[in-house]
Design a protein around this ligand. Structure first.
Ligand code: GTP
Ligand code: MG
Ligand code: ZN
Ligand code: ZN
Length: 415
């Protein structure tokens, strides 16, 4: 489907289709940047000033600066001590030794080893304002490393140092070390850090066929207006994805909102149905798919904060909107493989539930995707009372959508 085997590769950072024969490199030879700077100062580099920082040990990475929304001439431009080779020869233009660190020529993000294998499937996670994206993403990343990886014999690794730093600084530290809730994303001061997605590679070394996937976490609101907060146009981003995890906060659904009683319930919102149909329209126009045609990208529609839906009802009204004792969401999936029956039951139950709680149109929009499935997850495992997570973090079913999506791309070797 989205697999590219003709020598092009979709960069999961900037979502440009890259010709693998026309890329850039980075030389790990420590002295090349200094020599490059000397060559600039001697006037031997065309347009050399553009790469010259105040330091003799660093050069300016114009492409990466531009991608991150920073001024390449300004103080916050991206600097590097590893010389960038702006041609695809595979030989450093300074030290003339072979170079192996491959970069996307547009944004200068790293290109992984697996790029050639045509198995670069990119899954993206998005959702409307307040849907629970930030908490879901942070908990999922931690859960993938600590729980999913050992269960499925997988290796989960960040694609770049910046992903590692960003995850630690904005998410992990606050949630897991300080035990505090994350703030709304839009109030982050340095919004520029959020132009770049956090990218993780998931590899299955024992499996043939589909043995690696890329996860791109873009932590912004899933509305059209968020377009200018990301380095990538939302339509490009969505239509190049191999799978979309779309988060919905059930507590924002007016029908559920007015019946559930719990601390910190968000305001009801009409956005639940509206924003998914906007997303679907955006993809249809970007991919040229008419309203009657199916969108070929697998879609997981995920109800977040389901800890609240699983509590015991306190009255008849609550009973109408909570998941009952026999709900399939409570039935554990079989471990170490794709438990399709379990997912199918949850999908059928939530389809019914959302048809009633949201609308028929909402379901129709979701069914406009060739492959789709409903899920219910909880990042925190409980409803936080204030801003302190004093009951800890116990994620529930956060990995389900990912397992299902991997199943959509599974070829020879079943889990
Ligand atoms: N009960 C419960 N509440 C949650 C859970 N995850 C998030 N929340 C609540 O939902 C609020 C919003 O979650 P966020 O992760 O910040 O949502 P977001 O989609 O990133 O929001 P914006 O960045 O503002 O668009 C949090 O402040 C929590 O109070 C969960 O697993 N269970
Ligand atoms: Mg957020
Ligand atoms: Zn790129
Ligand atoms: Zn070199």
């Amino acid at each position: 489907m989205q697999k590219k085997t003709d020598g092009t590769y979709i960069c999961p950072f900037c979502f440009n289709a890259i010709d693998l024969g026309a890329i850039h490199y980075q030389c790990t030879n420590q002295s090349c940047t200094r020599m490059f700077v000397k060559a600039i100062d001697a006037g031997k580099v065309e347009n050399g000033k553009a790469f010259r920082s105040e330091s003799e040990d660093e050069e300016i990475d114009m492409e990466n600066s531009t991608f991150l929304g920073r001024n390449p001439d300004g103080k916050d431009s991206v600097r590097t001590r590893q010389h960038i080779v702006r041609n695809s020869s595979g030989i450093c233009d300074i030290c003339h030794r072979p170079v192996h660190k491959r970069l996307c020529p547009v944004c200068h993000s790293p290109i992984p080893q697996e790029a050639e294998e045509g198995r670069n499937i990119i899954f993206v996670v998005i959702g409307a304002r307040g849907a629970g994206k930030s908490h879901y993403i942070s908990v999922l990343i931690n859960h993938l490393k600590n729980s999913f990886a050992p269960e499925f014999n997988a290796i989960v690794a960040p694609a770049s140092d910046r992903t590692t730093l960003k995850y630690r600084e904005y998410y992990y530290r606050r949630l897991y070390e300080e035990g505090r809730k994350l703030p709304p994303t839009r109030t982050y001061e340095n919004i520029k850090d959020f132009r770049e997605p956090m990218i993780y590679y998931v590899r299955f070394p024992d499996r043939e066929g589909m043995n690696s996937a890329t996860l791109a976490f873009f932590d912004t609101a899933g509305e059209g207006s968020s377009d200018n907060l990301t380095g990538v146009g939302l339509n490009t981003f969505l239509s190049s994805a191999s799978g979309i995890v779309y988060l919905v906060d059930p507590l924002q659904i007016p029908y559920v909102n007015k019946r559930v009683r719990a601390e910190n319930i968000p305001e009801p919102s009409q956005d639940v149905a509206r924003s998914i149909s906007e997303m679907s329209d955006l993809i249809r126009s970007a991919m040229g798919i008419p309203p009657t045609g199916k969108i070929p990208i697998p879609l997981a529609v995920v109800l977040t904060k389901c800890d609240i839906l699983l509590k015991s009802p306190e009255n008849d009204e609550e009973e109408k909107v909570l998941l009952d004792a026999s709900s399939s969401v409570r039935m554990p999936r079989e471990r170490g493989r794709i438990d399709r029956d379990n997912f199918r039951q949850i999908d059928a139950e939530l389809n019914e539930y959302l048809r009633r709680a949201v609308s028929r149109e909402f379901i129709d929009t979701v069914e406009g995707f060739e492959r789709h499935s409903f899920f219910a997850v909880s990042a925190l495992g409980c409803n936080p009372e204030g801003s302190i997570l004093n009951r800890g973090i116990s994620p529930f079913r956060v990995e389900d959508p990912l397992i299902w999506m991997l199943g959509c791309y599974e070829t020879e070797t079943p889990f």
